[in-house]
Write a protein that binds this ligand. Structure first.
Ligand SMILES: C[S@@+](CC[C@H](N)C(=O)[O-])C[C@H]1O[C@@H](n2cnc3c(N)ncnc32)[C@H](O)[C@@H]1O
Length: 422
């Protein structure tokens, strides 16, 4: 049983008073990303558990919320993610571009795009574009390929990445992907937006945000706090031992979001992978791929949940078993890279699958204690419904809407676990 609790009221960690716009300030609104952190929550953890100049690491970096907030708080940071789309978004979000240069290059390329608009029919589709055609239709797909190849001629890598991040964000709007869904679901009634309009209007928003971010970063000049983002598996961090002052992260949840499915539009259009099958490699918490791990879990709560799930659905049981085995490796890595006496802050929620409770937080505590961590606090944090859908599909455990007849309300809180390396 967990006895350590926070002295702080849980409500002070809920950030329920914030409007969605208030969580999208500076570069945070560049790109949608499922289950991203509330930036204010990260800032509170960073300020409470580290000092200016400290090294912060996020092994599941996602779209870079931790890195942006670490930079704004004058900490050095490095993030990792297996998802190349996450790496592209994060690198864009942590890079403040000189606003005048960005405006000039944007005006130039907007002109070039306008000039090219009438020659789309000359664009030939790459081999194996069936899936892209399925999502975009021929007209939008050809134009998107053309826009990408024009923007690819930008010679400044930071500005080119800025344009690509913008284009990636609008892909869903320009496709038949059901607007309200994080699952790959086609909406045959949808009228996809024109790539030009969608790109140009999001670009203006991003340019304004970059200028604000640039301004904010000026206060640190000439020593802007560095931030680095790389593609890597959190089970094997390319980081030397004993050099991190604070880990702030939220792990992927077992079978809640299928990130490779969600980011397939960007991954396929930008050529981050040949096929969706390749793209799924290495993601923790995915239900596909090799789900067999030759390791036993020592936690009875985890083992019981897996045994019950295996009765209902053997493959789902294997998926959860693989998830916990993989997360065990991640916690060992966190322990290795942290300096003695330093902390890991893990934001994690429980799930339910096929009527079986999956006690992610308790299993995380058990696994982290086994590798040598000491639990300092377990903060139960209410999650406002508008931030994270509280409804889950009864069968597959994924987030869903209240309108789904298979929906079950189970998600009204999550945990912030604070553990210290002995
Ligand atoms: C809950 S999200 C993190 C979101 C992040 N806190 C943010 O604010 O954007 C979990 C992330 O874990 C990543 N992930 C899944 N498997 C991974 C692995 N083996 N190594 C590193 N990252 C992985 C996913 O791509 C996803 O970005």
């Amino acid at each position: 049983m967990v006895t350590a609790t926070s002295n702080q009221p849980a409500s002070s960690w809920s950030f329920a008073e914030l409007s969605p716009a208030e969580t999208q300030y500076l570069t945070h609104g560049y790109h949608r990303y499922p289950a991203k952190f509330i930036p204010q929550l990260v800032r509170q953890l960073v300020e409470e558990y580290s000092m200016p100049g400290d090294r912060i690491c996020d092994p599941f970096g996602g779209c870079g919320t931790t890195l942006v907030e670490a930079k704004l708080a004058n900490r050095l940071s490095f993030g990792y993610d297996i998802n190349p789309v996450a790496v592209m978004i994060t690198r864009t979000k942590i890079t403040a571009i000189y606003p005048e240069a960005l405006s000039k290059r944007s005006a130039y390329w907007k002109d070039e795009l306008e000039k090219s608009a009438h020659v789309t029919e000359e664009i030939s589709l790459p081999p194996n574009s069936d899936r892209l055609l399925y999502w975009f239709g021929e007209t939008n797909l050809k134009r998107l390929i053309q826009i990408k190849s024009i923007l690819n001629k930008e010679t400044d890598p930071a500005i080119r990445r800025f344009f690509f991040c913008c284009l990636s964000h609008v892909l869903k709007n320009c496709s038949y992907w059901l607007t309200t869904s994080t699952k790959p679901q086609k909406d045959r009634e949808k009228i996809p937006e024109s790539p030009d309009n969608a790109f140009v209007s999001h670009l203006s928003r991003m340019i304004r945000r970059n200028a604000e971010f640039y301004e904010e970063i000026q206060k640190f000049k000439p020593d802007e706090p560095p931030a680095f983002m790389y593609k890597a598996d959190a089970q094997h961090l390319p980081v030397p031992a004993n050099c991190v002052d604070l880990v702030v992260t939220s792990p992927p949840y077992s079978t809640s979001y299928e990130y490779p499915d969600i980011h397939q539009l960007t991954a396929l259009l930008f050529g981050f992978c040949e096929t969706l099958r390749d793209f799924r490699e290495g993601f923790i918490g995915c239900k596909t791929g090799d789900l067999h791990r030759d390791e036993d879990l020592t936690d009875s709560k985890a083992s019981k949940a897996i045994a019950r799930l295996r009765i209902a659905d053997a493959r789902l049981g294997d998926a959860i078993n693989s998830y916990f085995v993989d997360m065990n490796h991640v916690y060992s890595e966190m322990y290795r890279v942290l300096r003695k006496g330093k902390r890991a802050c893990i934001v994690i929620g429980d799930t339910e699958l096929r009527g079986v409770q999956i006690p992610n937080a308790e299993v995380a505590i058990h696994q982290m204690r086994k590798v040598g961590f000491v639990l300092e606090k377990k903060i139960q944090r209410p999650v406002p419904g508008r931030v994270l859908a509280p409804y889950r599909d009864k069968h597959n455990g994924r987030f869903t809407s209240a309108g789904n007849s298979e929906a079950k309300k189970i998600y009204s809180h999550e945990y912030i676990l604070i553990l210290r390396k002995k």
